[in-house]
Design a protein around this ligand. Structure first.
Ligand code: ADP
Length: 844
């Protein structure tokens, strides 16, 4: 530094001269620049350092106005004001403004001093300036830094405390700390960390002191802490304690973070994780969680150990070790599928089914499904999977498949069989249809044959009975004429022969009726003992003639009044007793009757109870051999031809008897010892009857009738003559014709009281003639009484005749009693006793 005396510099007027060097030294060293200005701010003197700062020579500067010379234009006016404000005498002041120097604009701090005018010198201003450009920048930076730090300090989301390491007292706290704990900065400064803690172990003063101690030893402390705010609320914080120096003093900086939410989230997570684990560990399927690159496993459920037979630990250690257990035959496929997945975004999928070979060699079949686990933004950060043991299901499916195949085979086989059977069936049906058709034809033929047989038998009996009737009738008429002894014997023979022939004919007719199922039993009340007596009387004569005894033995309690067909019962008894008499030479015949079980009392009739009776016909005759015993009930069978020939017979009697017994609800049996005799037994069931039958009107004396006009139509002359004679003897007038047409004509011509109409006549038959008469225009004649006369004794005939318009029915051979009945009916009609509706009389 140049310390030489600068001639421009005036010596300080107040200083003694010998202090000149001191002043000169001060002048040059007091600041970076020293100037002396007159009150008009013109430069009077300047220090050398000042010139150097400005980068000018003294000559360039002295005498010039200082503000214009060196002060930055924006500061000039202010400087002038400051200079003017400076008190005249001895006033001082401070100023700061920019100076334009050789090194650019510099900031200078000035000390101003007003020098009084003395010794004729005008007052001046001494200004001593210091270049503070650098310092100002530093201070500014510092201020800015400070502001920035404070800004950060307060902007921090964590609470930040600054503590005195020694006393633990809070020195500073940021805004977050104030907000978090609720204390004002002033309140905080009066507190220590223990005051912001829960206050009990392990969150008490002792523990915090220990942590502070460690932090002071240079071990930063990071820990969770239960804090307490001004309101007393406890909350979780995370505290970061570290040691620091501040203004040369040891401090503890505490950064405190509110982790309440994190704690809650953690707890929620823990709970959900617990649930997840419970779930994952309870299910039978293997559940796993891994990285999306398929290379790491984070979790695998214990089911893995059951299914794979390997520990989960082994899988955590070597995440791809599950592949080692995949069955060699399946491995390639699984690896292929897995390779295709790696490096791609995870989407839900299924791995092909594969087998797992366990360490013990057993094999399980599994099915693995996987799916991505995405975070909130949708990015898959995990892969999860479920592996299911499908061994049993697979086996069941396979089994089902096999069963199905077998079933299908069976169905195919069955279909084939069915088709075969169907064809067979069709063939059989066709055959059967043909057979049925043939059978139907055969049946029709058989029925036709049977009908033909029945018709033939009926015709036969008609044809035989008619002449037989003639024989008997003529014999009766002949008997009424005077005859000598031998003639009477011949006549008796004629009557006997004709009678037995009539019996044979009746047998044949009966049998044909039974065969054709056309025999119906009547159901009339009758007295059992009366029937037995009539049989006894009828055959007793024959037995007597042979010197045989015939007796009836009826158990006392056998009920007498019965309901049934007395005629058929009589027929059965006559057959059996007749045979017994026929085949017995010595001894006798006994008819016995008893109840099969207990005999019912007569009162049982009220309940329509039925009684089963056991009849027996015992004889002491020739007997029947065992081999014949079963045969004789067959039609046309006789035991001993030679013997029978002697006695005659058709071999039909027992066959008819057996069938009649069956119709009476019973069965017939035989016990016989050849040479000793036979016992025929049969059972029959009859309902009990409460009321006795009305006694039959005395046949021989019919009440005398008024004479009537009778038309007799019959093609058989003998028959016609017999009937005509009977009618004439009864006092009636008779017109006889030989066919149907003649009958119709006769009725149309003249009135009649009765027409006796033979059914079978050549030309117009009886039925046709009856219909023609009913169609006559004359109402009286059309309504004449017509009685059918026929040998057609088949069931249903009567109905047929009545529907054809007949009023009555007479069967051939005509018996006088029946003829009288028909005549009486016609007479009643004529007299109006039973007038037919809409009819007045024979002649209208
Ligand atoms: P028929 O009308 O010829 O007598 P039946 O059917 O009544 O026919 O009898 C058949 C046969 O049974 C007879 O021919 C006879 O040989 C034998 N028969 C029937 N009843 C007796 C009896 N009471 N004693 C011995 N033989 C009998």
């Amino acid at each position: 530094m140049n310390t030489t005396r600068n001639p421009d510099v005036p010596l300080a007027p107040d200083l003694p001269a010998h202090d000149g060097p001191l002043f000169a030294t001060l002048w040059e060293t007091a600041g970076d620049i020293v100037v002396l200005l007159d009150r008009g701010a013109r430069l009077e003197a300047i220090s050398d350092r000042g010139l150097a700062l400005l980068g000018r020579t003294r000559a360039q500067c002295l005498g010039r106005g200082w503000p214009d010379l060196a002060v930055a234009p924006e500061d000039r006016a202010r400087l002038r004001r400051e200079l003017e404000a400076l008190p005249e005498n001895g006033g001082t002041g401070l100023a700061e403004h920019d100076l334009v120097t050789a090194r650019g604009t510099r900031r200078l701090a000035w000390a101003l001093a007003a020098l009084p005018g003395r010794d004729g010198r005008p007052p001046r201003v001494l200004a001593c300036g210091r270049d503070i450009t650098d310092m100002a920048a530093t201070v500014k930076t510092l201020r800015e830094n400070e502001a920035a730090y404070r800004c950060i300090f307060n902007a921090a989301s964590d609470a930040i405390f600054l503590n005195d390491a020694e006393t633990g007292a809070y020195l500073e706290a940021n805004e977050r700390a104030v907000a978090l704990y609720g204390y004002t900065p002033a309140e905080l400064r009066a507190m220590s960390p223990a005051g912001l803690s829960a206050g009990y172990p392990p969150y008490g003063a002792e523990e915090i002191r220990e942590k502070t101690r460690l932090a002071r030893q240079g071990q930063p402390q990071l820990f969770e802490w239960l804090s307490r705010d001004k309101a007393g609320r406890l909350f979780w914080t995370e505290v970061n304690l570290r040691q620091g120096l501040h203004s040369g003093r040891e401090r503890i900086i505490a950064v405190v973070r509110d982790i309440t939410e994190r704690k809650m989230a953690e707890r929620a997570l823990r709970e959900s994780e617990k649930k997840f684990r419970q779930l994952a560990e309870t299910i039978d399927e293997v559940f796993w969680l891994g990285s999306p690159d398929w290379k790491r496993i984070f979790y695998i459920s214990p089911a893995y150990e059951r299914l794979w037979g390997r520990s989960t630990k082994s899988l955590y250690e070597s995440p791809l070790s599950w592949l080692d257990a995949v069955h060699p035959e399946d491995r390639e496929q699984v690896l292929g599928a897995l390779t295709a997945l790696i490096g791609r975004p995870v989407t839900p999928g299924v791995l092909p089914e594969y087998r797992v070979v366990r360490p013990d060699g057993s094999v399980r079949r599994v099915q693995a499904r996987y799916f991505p686990v995405a975070d909130d933004t949708g990015v898959a950060y995990r892969v999860a999977g479920i592996i299911e043991d499908v061994t049993d299901r697979y086996a069941a499916q396979e089994q089902l498949k096999r069963v199905n195949e077998r079933l299908e085979d069976m169905v195919r086989e069955r279909t084939r069989t069915l088709n075969r059977m169907n064809q067979e069936l069709i063939r059989e049906v066709t055959e059967r249809r043909d057979a049925e058709a043939a059978m139907a034809m055969a049946k029709e033929a058989a029925e036709a044959a049977s009908q033909a047989k029945s018709a033939f038998l009926a015709n036969m009996s008609h044809e035989i009975r008619t002449p037989l009737n003639g024989i008997l009738g003529m014999a009766q008429i002949l008997a009424a004429t005077p005859l000598d002894g031998p003639q009477q014997g011949f006549l008796k023979d004629i009557e006997e022969s004709a009678g037995s022939l009539l019996a044979i004919i009746n047998d044949i007719l009966d049998f044909s009726k039974i065969e054709a199922d056309r025999l119906e039993l009547s159901r009339e009340p009758f007295g059992l003992r009366g029937v037995l007596a009539s049989v006894e009387a009828g055959l007793g004569v024959l037995a007597q003639e042979k010197g045989l005894g015939l007796s009836v033995d009826v158990a006392e309690d056998v009920p007498d009044l019965l309901l049934g067909d007395a005629d058929r019962l009589r027929q059965v008894l006559v057959n059996l007793v007749g045979n017994a008499v026929k085949f017995t030479e010595h001894g006798g015949v006994v008819i016995g009757v008893q109840c099969v079980e207990a005999c019912l009392p007569p009162e049982a009739a009220e309940d329509h109870a039925s009684q089963e009776l056991l009849f027996s016909v015992s004889d002491t005759g020739i007997g029947i051999g065992a081999e014949d015993a079963s045969r004789i009930f067959e039609p046309f069978t006789q035991a001993d031809d030679s013997y029978t020939r002697r006695f005659g017979g058709t071999g039909l009697g027992l066959a008819i008897t057996k069938r009649l017994v069956a119709l009476m609800g019973g069965s017939i049996g035989l016990e016989s010892v050849p040479g000793q005799g036979s016992v025929f037994t049969f059972t029959a069931r009859f309902e009990l009857e409460a009321y006795p039958p009305e006694p039959a009107a005395a046949a021989p004396s019919p009440p005398p009738l008024p004479p009537m006009d009778v038309l007799l139509a019959d093609d058989n002359r003998v028959h016609r003559d017999i009937i005509e004679k009977w009618l004439l003897r009864r006092g009636h007038r008779v017109v006889a014709v030989a066919d149907g047409q003649e009958a119709v004509d006769a009725v149309a011509r003249a009135p009649f009281d009765l027409v006796l109409m033979d059914i079978q006549m050549p030309g117009m038959g009886g039925l046709e003639a009856a219909r023609a008469i009913r169609a006559l225009p004359h109402p009286g004649r059309a309504a004449v009484s017509i009685a059918a006369v026929t040998a057609h004794a088949m069931a249903g005939d009567r109905e047929r005749f009545l529907t054809a318009g007949m009023d009555d029915y007479l069967s051939k051979p005509v018996v006088q009693r029946e003829l009288d009945r028909v005549l009486a009916g016609a007479a009643a009609k004529v007299s109006g006793a039973v007038p037919p509706p809409g009819q007045a009389g024979p002649d209208g």
